[in-house]
Every structure is written in C-alpha cells, then in structure tokens.
Ligand binder design. Sequence first.
Ligand code: BGC
Length: 805
Amino acid sequence: MKYGYFDDPNREYVITTPETPLPWINYLGNDGFYGLISNTAGGYDFYRDAKLRRITRFRYNNVPNDFGGRMYYIKDGDTVWSPAFLPAGTALDSYECRHGMGYTTFTSVKNSVEAKLTAFVPLGDSCELNMLDLVNNSGETKELTVFSCIEWCLWNAVDDANNYQRNLSIGELEVIGSTIYHKTEYRERRNHYAFFTVNTDVAGFDTDRDTFLGARRFWNDPVVVENGKSGDSVASGWYPIASHSIKVKLAPGEKKSFIFQLGYVEVDRDKKWESKGVINKAPAKALIEKYNSEAACDKAFADLAAYWSNLLSIYHLESGNDKLNRMVNIWHQYQCMVTFNMSRSASYWETGTGRGMGFRDSCQDLLGFMHLVPDRARARIIDIASIQFENGSTYHQYQPLTKRGNADIGGGFNDDPLWLVACTCAYIRETGDFTILDHPTPFNNVEGSEKPLLEHLRRSVNFTINNKGPHGLPLIGRADWNDCLNLNCFSYEPGESFQTFGPSEGPVAESVFIAGMFVKYGLEYADLCDHIGLADEAATIRNEVNNVKTATEQFGWDGEWFVRAYDANGNKVGSDECEEGKIFIEPQGFCTMAGIGQEKGYGRKALDSVKKYLVNDYGVEILAPCYTTYHVELGEISSYPPGYKENGAIFTHNNPWVSVAATVIGDGDMAFDIYKRSCPAFLEDVSEIHRTEPYVYSQMIAGRSAPRYGEAKNSFLTGTAAWAFVDISQAILGITPTLDGLSVKPCLPADLDDYTVTRRYRGCEYHIHVLKDPAKKGLYVDGTATEGNLIPINDASEIEVEYYI
Ligand code: BGC
C-alpha cells in the first residue's frame, strides 16, 4: 500500500494523505539555519546546533507525536482548518504534501478555499519562509481570519525540557508591529535572538501560550482561534510563543498571499542594544525587508531549485529502471546532503540533544557527499581531524556549534581513526586536491598542536598497528562500527552506558571487522603515500597490511564465513562454535571488500553464507541467530529483543558493504539484488509494513525474529545514505574516482540494460555510455579504444566515453 507517489520531474515525493503511518519528514536549509518539517508541518528549527541553538520547541514522546512546528489556522465562519491538516485536524476536502529538495509544499481545500503553504529556507540566509496563498474558489465573498503560531524554545533544548524552575521566569519578547522578537537570555550572555513576522498589518497577536490556548486546551482548538480574536498578550516568563491574526477578505476568485518569516540573527556584542532593554533590530529588519515581497520569495525559491539542479547534475543516470533513476538522481544524493549536515544529531528520532556529530558517522557521510560540495567536505575533514588525540585515537563525537570533542562519551572506539583515512582518500580521489594533506590541523583542538593533516592519517593507521591483540588482530576498544558490540564492558547495573562503562583498553578483545577496514584503508593510505613520494612508508604499511591479512585468514576465518571478533576471554564471536550470533554481516562485507582470502575463495563462501543465513525480504540481517538472552560479555547488542536494532534487524548501513563486496567478487546479480532489497523506492508498495518514508533510508528494518518483521525505524539519519550511493554509483554502475582519474568498471546484473551516466569530475563533464555488446568489449574515450578502465585526465571540458561489456 502507498500513501503517495514519486514525482520525478519535480524531484518530489507527493503525499496524498495526512495519515501516513508515521510523520514523513523533510529537511529545510543547507548550511546553518535548519528546519525539520513533517507532512503535517510539524517539526522544529535551529541554528547550526539542535541542542544549543534550538529556535522552536519540539516535544519528545508527544502524543500524537506530530503537533507543533509551523501552525496555521484558517477560521472560515465556524470552521477552523489548517492547510497542513494539523494542528486543527479538521477533515479537508483535499490535501497534498510535496516534499522536495529543501522545501515542502501543502495544497489543501476546505469549503472552496484553497490554501497553498510553501516552506523553505532561502540560500545563504538564516530564516525559514512560509508563503501562504489563499484563493476563494466559491461564488461568495469569504471573510477569513488567519492565525499563525510557533512556540519558542528557550535556546538550549536540554535545559528547555529540564530546568523549569528557571525557565518559567526567563522568557522575554518584544512586539513591534507585525514582528515578534524572542529575546530570552539576550539581556545577559546571548548575542542572538529570533523573530517571527508577517508581511502585512495584523489584527492582533499573542506571545503568551496560555492566553492563546486557553485553560486546559490543546493546539487543535486554541480559545483565541475559536473566538476569532487575538489576545494581544505579551508573555513574561512561562511559555513564550509567537502568533499573528490577520483578517482576510476574499472576493470570489480572488487570491491573497502572505509571507511569514522565522528568522535568527546574531549581533556584535558591543552593538547588542538600541537603547536600554531594547534589542538592536537592524539585522532582523534587513532580513525582513529582503523577503517581504512575493517576487523576492519567488526568486529565492527559484534560486534554491537552481542550486539543487546544479548539484544533482554532477552525477546523473539515465537507465531503463525508473526506481533506480529516481534513487540515484534524486533521493540518494539528497539524503547524503542531509546526513552530511546533520550526522546523527537532529531528526524526529534523533532528538538533537544527544550525540552531535559522530566521528565515524561524519567520515562515512562524506563518502557520499564529496562530489556535491567538495569545499564543505574539505572543511569538515579538518573539523573532524581536529578532535583526534595525539596517539591517533579520537573523540567519538563533537558538538557542531563548538566543534569540541564530547567528553561525556570520550574515545576508545578503535575503528574511528581509520574512517578518517577513508574519507580523506575519497576526497583526494574526487578532487585531486593533495594540498589538504598539508593543512595544519590540531589535535584535540589544542592551539599549537597543529600538524599537517597527513600526520593525522599516519597516526590513524599507526593506531591500529600499535593496538593489536593476541591473534595479531586489531583490538576493539569500547566498540568498533557496531556501537553495541561492547566486549570490554561487563555491565550488570541498569542505566550504565554500554559504551563508556568498563575499560576501553581491554588487551584481549579483537575485531575482525577492524582488520578488514585496516586492510582496505591501509592499502588506500599506502597508495596515497606512493603518490606523494613516500615510497618507504608505503612499503612499510603494505607490510603491516599483509600481517593483518595473514592473521585474519588464520584466525578470522571460520570455515564458511569470517568470524566477527574475539571477546575479552579470547572466545570467538560470530562463529559456528557459538550458540547464538553465529554469523555477523560486517566482516563478510568488509573483509571481502578488502580482498582478504581472495585466492582461497573466502569472499564467495562468505557471501554465500550471507545469502543462506542473513538475507530476508527487505535486506540483510546484521546477525543470526539473534541473541535471546543478555550476554554480559557482549554488551548492548544482546540487550535488544531479537530482530531489532543490532540484534538481528536489517541494520541498513551495512547492507551496501555486502553489495559492494559482491561486485568485488564479480557477482553483479547479487550486488543489485542486495541493493534493491532495502532500497526505499523499491519498498514503496509495502509502505504500510515499512511505515517510514519511501524516499529515504531508515536506520533499521525489523528482522525475521521480530514480531513486526519489515517495520523500519529511525528514518533519515543513517550512514546507509552515503554507502548506498557509493555502492550503486561506484561499485555497480562502476563510475569511480581514483587518484589518477575517473575509472569505468561496472559490475552489472542481468536485469540492468544499457545506461548513460553524466558525471562532472575535476572540471570536466563525462558522458559515459555503458553498453552490453561483448563483441566490442572495452573502453573507448572520444571514440578511441583505451586500455584498462581509467579515463586519462586531460584538459577537455567534455568527454564522450563508451564502455562495452
Ligand atoms: C551509530 C553508528 C554505528 C551504528 C551501529 C548508529 O546508531 O550512529 O556510529 O556505527 O549505530 O551500531
């Protein structure tokens, strides 16, 4: 069953009912000011950091979970309705929500009034615009009252939900004409405020929530709306909001438009005040002025569309498969932008108050983002590397606003450093910009500790070399990619963090997964060394890689698949010897990608075992059989009920590893089959089972052992976005950046026919036609047969390429 459809030419998903199984959301904003918006206009806004600069409030565990956000009420006689269905919740005569690239529109009709609400964040400015168009399609004049409402968050989203004894006394606002300024805490240390305005005279306003709602009322029927008249309340403490009321008279056929703007401004500290207690409004006024006309907003909207057209033209596929085209050309890349911006911080399921930017998460997000905005990727790599410790290990997370490592969780996740190598090498392959390696980059953000970025990579690689266990395999530390496989934790008390309890430097527990990573990324680092004239270092690293490869073949191979790890007692995890958790997905994917045991056919066997034990209708499960009891020696993984999360769900992030691995052993059918199983557009028809958005990946899909097999959770912020795009664009379709140029090496399934990829790469536009014609087999660059798979770099601005299979 579907709740909408894809509109590919417009790059939108069109939702045709407000009653989706869960809120289906979208992101507004690309760089700084962000808004989350659901298909009923719920959500929240923030500036850079969803914890420290939260602009509008979001209620966790709310029932229903989607009230709030941008609330608009249209009072038409006794009927009160909302263009996005909520908050009024009145049945609409028609409803449509379109989630597009950085914007969402709602078009709805009630009693012959049509409303169109368009929400977006204009490029380069810190505000969200809501354009509301109203058309009277009836034969009579309509006298409507439109109410707006947003609820302010008192900036720090954690304090906002905790510290009521303070919060309920600190709310402060100023109201000037149609603009409501939120200035809580500005009187003391803050130099930023927010405002909500509309480009017309208002009939009234409210800034005090209780006045607006009335006693014991909910957002669906505020007393002020029922009475058709604002209370003109000015909040003092308690719960500040911003609401306008506007009288709108519409003759038959008449249309009127309003622009609401939610803005955020920062003011120089020495220019904070206009006069005592009156905030400096100059920057806000400039922003208000800029977007106070329809023409200005239309232009900003068109600029946003052009921005996305340009980004999405960097990698464009034309194939005979519509679902594939829409994922590759639109939604994979869009989700990569979102995960780049958010890491795992702010969604409907990630509260934005917790983990900030993850080290390994952000490094992997970059893999799918480099080609879109390389300059931002470069800056991000430096930010990430700056939280690394001198010994090569690193903080696990950092706060986007301060860019400082998060001391609550600390470090000790031994896969982290290698991801820095992965993303930096990928950046250089994309851009050819070796200068990034010279960039002076601090350790732990300590001034004076700067070393060239190359030194950070070196320390990353050496961290693994210097931290190996009894079998010569890398020590796991607190956890590797699987945050819930905590082999050094041993927690018996509820509430203890599985990630931070216990010694991180356990000297025994080893990870075969990190071994796979080391082989793969160690070799990439060695290639990089060769390219910059460090042949000796390259040779040393290749030698180290060989040692780990040998150790993995000897101790990391179980006979039919790769072992997952050794626990702190030296027992195998993910082996046929185990009662539960006999096989894990991660090492099958990564060790095969790394080519470990290739000559012995380990990859083929490992992937056959994946098929046999882990593949289900919606993807590949993370392990089998699931743990049915708590294992203190394994940690959080065994705390989940069977079939959920890391205990046997399809943890979608690692599915592309298996798919890429299949291409490494030349099995295009398996690669594409795995790709399709968990791919959202391919699951659209079972949306009532899948339940999350059919246009983006979710973190997990419940596995066969779960009562709700097939149900997805935690949509949008997952490393799957980047890896799925790498998988399909590079491994399957085969258009891969290398240090020396673009390579064409598809690994195709039988059911994918000829296709064309347009790829902008290092200043040149490549038109690559992949054709199944064994008679011609090989690569032709501008008509000339070319040895191998690499298109030599030259100065041309456009190149025609044919690749015959
Ligand atoms: C984390 C990742 C981790 C994954 C598997 C996600 O929630 O953000 O860093 O690799 O879970 O445990």
